[in-house]
Design a protein around this ligand. Structure first.
Ligand code: FES
Length: 157
């Protein structure tokens, strides 16, 4: 990381600490702001948050790992999430997953090289009677077959 970028991150975290206050309870709002701006929380930002809030970096990391909406790595422009919970599993989630992985050439947990799509598994999306369920960004798709999954993927820019 360039020195300039590091300075920018330090300045940004200093501003967030001023905005939210220098206490443990500011940790989550600060992380949310960093996530919103960068789409993930860079390593150096985690170190700076720990330093400026005077807490251990492990504490910062454990909060990030606890919340699914906080990430330590950059993600793709689109997040495709397939339900892995039992009802969708029984409804054929594995076949959908295999087809998606083959089509994109990546595994779940990975991002395409062009940064277009990140694949993730999620727990129940509340569509159990219409599984397998797939969430593409904010939109839920139900009764997803391998063929339907390919169509959905092709519509993602
Ligand atoms: S089990 Fe998949 S949506 Fe509920």
């Amino acid at each position: 990381m360039l020195v300039l970028e590091k300075n920018n991150i330090t300045e940004e975290i200093e501003q967030l600490v001023r905005k939210h206050g220098k206490s443990r309870s500011s940790l989550l709002p600060i992380l949310q702001d960093v996530q919103r701006k960068h789409k993930y929380i860079p390593d150096f930002a985690q170190q700076e948050i720990a330093r400026l809030l005077d807490i251990h970096p492990v504490e910062v990391y454990s909060v990030i790992s606890f919340y699914a909406f906080l990430n330590t790595k950059p993600k793709g422009r689109n997040i495709v999430r397939l339900c892995k919970t039992i009802t969708c599993d029984l409804a054929g989630k594995d076949n959908v997953a295999k087809m998606i992985e083959r089509e994109l050439g990546i595994k779940f947990g990975e991002t395409t090289k062009d940064n277009r799509i990140t694949l993730e598994y999620v727990n129940c999306l509340g569509m159990c009677d219409q599984g397998p369920a797939l969430l593409v960004n904010e939109r839920v798709y139900s009764k997803v077959t391998p063929e339907k999954a390919i169509k959905i993927l092709n519509e993602i820019k």
